[in-house]
Ligand binder design. Sequence first.
Ligand SMILES: Nc1nc2c(ncn2[C@@H]2O[C@H](COP(=O)(O)OP(=O)(O)OP(=O)(O)O)[C@@H](O)[C@H]2O)c(=O)[nH]1
Ligand SMILES: [Mg+2]
Length: 212
Amino acid sequence: MSKNNQANSLISPHTIYRQASFLISAAKLNQTPTDIGYEVAFAGRSNAGKSSAINILCDQKSLARTSKTPGRTQLLNFFEVDDERRIVDLPGYGYAKVAINIKKDWQGVLAQYLEHRQCLQGLVLMMDVRHPLKPYDLQMLEWAKHIQLPVHVLLTKADKLKRGPASHSLLQVKKALAEMQAGFTVQLFSSLKRLGINEAHEVLNQWYDFKL
Ligand SMILES: Nc1nc2c(ncn2[C@@H]2O[C@H](COP(=O)(O)OP(=O)(O)OP(=O)(O)O)[C@@H](O)[C@H]2O)c(=O)[nH]1
Ligand SMILES: [Mg+2]
């Protein structure tokens, strides 16, 4: 029985994602894996918690590199979940201190990847729960709508807010997404407290076409 058939019939989401392993880092599009199967990309402002979210969703400590220094992830980092399914950790956008030519370069690569990648099923967009919907986030959402790319927003670092303010932020983002009429979804998430893992797995499972 192939790995995928096993995944489809027996294994829980936690077990599937736990198998994820690093595949390749790409600085240019011609370094990316062959454009087949299913990919889900993780994007968001620098320091939003993208790499931490990938680690927690895959129940691994250091699959994706995390850092206190914003702008750490400077390449498209590919992780394989199984032979057909990949996670992509994208470089954070909106980090001012990166040299302008490097910044333009990445953003060009990022834009091309998002627009032209056939196997891309959806975008997990991370925003710090304390300050969501910054101009770059709005641009990303508008653009995803334009290219008809499904988006699921993780409001990260939810542990930094009490329940009331966190719910308020969630509602605010829900409203903004509803107004966009693109079917985008949102949830609270905390890598530190392991909050929102099942909800995020459900979205990933659908995008990866896992029938669990
Ligand atoms: N309190 C708290 N801190 C978090 C959480 N997730 C990430 N962090 C911290 O936020 C910082 C940035 O996390 P990363 O996961 O490296 O963020 P990133 O979006 O991948 O950053 P870049 O790759 O630099 O764009 C690190 O110091 C993490 O420890 C969380 O859920 N709660
Ligand atoms: Mg990162």
